[in-house]
Design a protein around this ligand. Structure first.
Ligand SMILES: [Zn+2]
Length: 290
């Protein structure tokens, strides 16, 4: 649900580079002969991405004449993704586009792998198409595995083309504060009501599918203990107004750069929570001495 820079190398360049590295002469010749087909398929793919029509994908649309499914998969594993292969610079190029070097799906984990947006098992013909490769973290990659949703309302948002109804300022991530012996924050997807119903449903589904609520809550628990300690030191004795103002400042800074910045969303929820700004930030914190 974060937009990522699109690949600038073409599918012909990817197919040619992969073909060059193939040792088997017959396979190399067949792969080389199919370069134009890879390019034509990529045009079809990019159109489907831009028109938000990926849920209608079929393997037949992306057949590459002369290459079997196993051979197509091997071009990815044995060429594009293999260290020191003739095509590896293309893999690295896609990886280098990762937003803040982080996962395109969660913006938390380090991007250290490329996810096939349409799984290689679903459409082998898109195994080496750079537009089908998305920088991701291990966790999200494992969550997605080989499953693919064919329902329009369950279609994941492709990071290379957000729906036209989603402006860069669109907000979908929100947090809630939970009072207790120790303050806690949970996260949920609640996209702006200005977005169309289908897009809202897709975002909510993607948030659930990737289990982002659990991930963000665990991460926030650690960050929140540091935030509470800091606030307790700076504002001892329950000072709701300066505490709220300080949190609002932290929130504004983070959300100005990314309207769905996890920390910004957390600070915003904390700033507007009366329990937290009055007593919650000092709960469980040793009083400052000296
Ligand atoms: Zn991730």
């Amino acid at each position: 649900m974060w937009a990522v820079k699109t690949p600038t190398f073409t599918a012909s360049e990817s197919a040619s580079a992969c073909a060059k590295g193939v040792r088997d002469k017959d396979l190399r010749a067949r792969a080389t002969k199919s370069v134009d087909q890879f390019q034509a398929n990529s045009v079809t793919l990019q159109t489907a991405i831009h028109t938000q029509a990926l849920h209608g994908v079929t393997s037949a649309q992306y057949k590459v004449a002369g290459l079997s499914d196993d051979e197509l998969k091997a071009l990815y594993k044995g060429q594009l993704s293999r260290q020191n292969s003739k095509a590896r610079h293309l893999y690295d190029h896609v990886m280098s586009n990762a937003l803040h070097s982080l996962c395109s799906y969660c913006q938390y984990g380090v991007a250290n792998t490329l996810d096939h947006f349409i799984p290689i098992t679903v459409v082998p013909g898109l195994a080496i198409d750079l537009w089908n490769l998305v920088p991701a973290c291990d966790r999200c990659n494992k969550h997605l595995l080989d499953a693919f949703d064919y329902a329009a309302e369950h279609q994941m948002l492709h990071p290379y083309a957000m729906p036209a109804s989603v402006p860069p300022s669109a907000r979908w991530l929100r947090a809630a504060v939970h009072p207790g012996p120790v303050a806690a924050v949970s996260f949920h997807a609640d996209p702006d009501s200005s977005l169309d119903d289908l897009t809202r449903a897709r975002i909510i589904h993607q948030f659930t599918r990737l289990d982002l609520g659990v991930l963000f809550q665990v991460v926030a628990a650690r960050e929140l203990s540091g935030t509470c300690r800091n606030l307790a030191e700076r504002f001892p004795g329950g000072k709701p107004q300066p505490v709220a103002a300080h949190l609002r400042e932290l929130s504004d800074d983070a959300l100005a750069a990314d309207p769905n910045d996890r920390r910004g969303v957390m600070y915003e929820a904390l700033a507007t929570d009366e329990w937290f700004t009055t007593v919650g930030y000092e709960v469980g914190i040793e009083p400052a001495t000296g």
